[in-house]
Design a protein around this ligand. Structure first.
Ligand code: GDP
Ligand code: MG
Length: 370
């Protein structure tokens, strides 16, 4: 089939030729700006850059140079996605459990809570918050390294009896690097040796200035053990979320991110997907990383089967061809042929990348230039 030169494609996309060449190197396809690439490669490249594409004929494509951004009037408020970080033993798991216990729906539905890597809490006021159940900055930075910035707000847990520890400082740095707002939860305030004020002072050394100290970082004293301060923490998360004006278009083909995935005895490959925009529906055909599939069933964090999942909703998806990786993007596509085509293409690229040593050195060159 005919192709298009990298330079011409860049023109049509209104992107820099050098950026396309760089992206192609990363995909394991070393080319120059004058080289001709085939239609499939061009289409994938266009999609990687977030542009819409339309195949006009077998050999030509039309590119909508406006990035694939949802129109203002399609956007609706969506729940915030919160990650809890902090030093080991400072109470991340305890706090997640305590917050989960505040969910007003869990009690009335009688559903058995299920570990799917993320969960939602409905507050007394009716607001919904999504918590990623993968505490720790490893998961956070791993996802971010893979281009999946799913977290809207970080809650930094610091034990009031222990102070700022190496992983606390690492978490602060990761959060700053990601440009994500942080709320400090000073935990274990029930302990007699707790000294919350000392924490606030120590945070100054890392340029985290809480409101009491004249800054704009919210902080809250909690005890995950005694379940105190939880409502206050929830209020602060909601206040922060309001400032962020988090919105997404729920009325489009779904896009999401893999939170975790595994091969399940009897159910096959299953993945927890956090829907980013659009609404994922049973029967939808999708591509996820190097895998494809059709949504056979969806299970929420309360163990209930659901037919649809909107923005910021975590849901376990059944019907995948194989196990994707955490951080992989999911996109609903028009048909199974297209899903397989994209998945196969991505798999080939990844295989080439894994088996070719040359592009690695090019990658080093590019990162050195950046
Ligand atoms: P993680 O490693 O950050 O997930 O910490 P965990 O949630 O596992 O908690 C570590 C230890 O601290 C456990 O023994 C908890 O029972 C205890 N702990 C957590 N939160 C509190 C709290 O608010 N007060 C007290 N006194 N102990 C707590
Ligand atoms: Mg833990």
């Amino acid at each position: 089939p005919e192709g298009i030169t990298v330079g011409e494609l860049a023109n049509r996309m209104a992107e820099k030729g050098a950026d396309l060449v760089k992206a192609l190197f990363k995909m394991g396809t070393p080319v120059t700006i004058n080289d001709v690439i085939d239609q499939d490669t061009a289409e994938l490249l266009v999609e990687e850059f977030g542009h819409r594409i339309q195949r006009v004929s077998e050999s030509d494509v039309e590119i909508d140079t406006t990035a694939d951004v949802d129109a203002e009037d399609t956007l609706k408020p969506r729940p915030p996605v919160v990650t809890i970080m902090g030093h080991v033993d400072h109470g991340k798991t305890s706090l997640l459990d305590a917050l989960r216990g505040t969910d007003v729906v869990a009690g009335e539905s009688g559903g058995i809570t299920q570990h799917i890597g993320a969960y939602q809490v409905k507050t007394k006021g009716g607001d919904v918050i999504t918590f990623l159940d993968t505490p720790g900055h490893e998961a956070f930075s791993e996802m971010r390294a893979r281009g999946a910035n799913v977290t809207d707000i970080v809650v930094l847990v610091v034990a009031a009896d222990d102070g700022l520890m190496p992983q606390t400082i690492e978490a602060i740095n990761h959060t700053k690097a990601a440009g994500v707002p942080m709320i400090v939860a000073i935990n274990k305030v029930d302990k007699p040796e707790a000294n919350p004020q000392r924490i606030r002072e120590r945070l100054l050394e890392h340029e985290v200035v809480v409101e009491d100290m004249g800054g704009d970082t919210q902080d809250v004293e909690v005890s995950a053990l005694k379940k105190t301060g939880l409502d206050d923490l929830i209020d602060k998360i909601l206040l922060q979320a309001e400032l962020l004006e988090l919105r997404a278009n729920p009325d489009r083909d779904a896009e999401g991110t893999v939170i975790e995935a595994q091969l399940d005895k009897g159910r096959g490959a299953v993945a927890t997907i956090l829907v980013r925009r659009g609404t994922l529906k049973v029967g939808d055909i999708f591509v996820v990383g190097e895998q494809s599939g059709k949504v056979r069933a969806m299970v929420n964090d309360k163990g209930q089967n659901v037919k649809t999942a909107g923005p910021s909703t975590p849901v376990e998806v059944l019907g995948l061809s194989g196990v994707p990786m955490a951080g992989d993007p999911l996109s609903v596509v028009e048909n199974e042929a297209r899903a397989r085509e994209v998945a196969t293409y991505r798999h080939e690229l990844a295989t080439r990348k894994r088996t070719t040593s040359a592009p690695t050195s090019f990658e080093h060159l590019f990162s050195a230039l950046n």
